[in-house]
Design a protein around this ligand. Sequence first.
Ligand code: UD1
Length: 314
Amino acid sequence: MAFYLVTGGAGFIGSHMVEALRARGDRVRVADSLVTGKRENLAHIDDVEFLQGDLADEAFARRAVEGVEYVLHQAAIPSVPRSVEDPLSSNRANIDATLSLLVAARDAGVRRVVYAGSSSAYGNSATLPKHEEMPTAPLSPYALQKLVGEQYMQMFTTLYGLSTVTIRYFNVFGPRQDPSSAYSGVLSLFIRFLVEGRSPTIHGDGEQTRDFTYVANVVDGALRASVAPDEASGQVINVATGRRISLNDVYRTLKGITGATVDPVYGPPRVGDVRDSLADISKASRLLGYTPIVHLEEGLRRTYEWFASTRVGA
Ligand code: UD1
């Protein structure tokens, strides 16, 4: 039994990590500010120690890491558009908190920190698939902040010998993703609208593509990263599916799964959108023994079932 801290453990991805760790019997502490996370995301999981606070506060960060062996650092304010509107608060959550956590983890002798990086680091480069050696080109405060976090991880490995691994996520979706804002992940919005029998909006022609990754895959990738051999330390690793699909096609697939008949409404393209995104996952395979375990259609089905079962009034 190992002792894990999951920062942002009351959020979408973090809560799935907590669930997986408890299912295999590990000890889990969650540190979450509850700015975007929700206590109810953890309500179904037993024996989780919960600390509420802001990791940018040094004393809180030290309390959070006390005694832990591994840190899965998922806490962030994860929206590109929100960071464009309010770069200061996302900077504090995404950079100040990360640095404060790293200092605390270094001083507490944590064995490894696994960091949630983002495919937004690749920006709008035309090359596909995106591999980790490509130059980065952040286009938003969020993308830049996530990249600074990665570089702090690597620097702490080089300067202080703290073992770190960055996992770059690509368009993760699944149960408990919050569909409540126009900035939410597109699949949570599509599915919520279909459950409610309403037409979602597709920005642009719908031919943009994404490497949509069901949440169980990134959980698996992160847990592997926490115990992977030293070779992985200081590395940045894509964790995705290595396949891409257009919004039009994923919408068609969802219609098939849900039996919905509503068609989407097409609106103007979203400013700053990346046209195509696809991960090269060979590094994850080599260093982590990672391979996607839940494929797109099965992930969509599970996500739809969850949204349908939790619909208010259902
Ligand atoms: C980006 C980042 C991702 C990051 C995420 C956080 C890239 C490739 N990905 O995701 O790493 O974690 O931001 O916010 O940079 N859309 C619609 N209708 C809607 C909502 C969205 O058509 O109602 C479209 C968007 O215009 C976009 C696509 O769906 O073309 C995906 O959008 P979204 O789910 O917001 O994710 P990304 O912007 O790709």
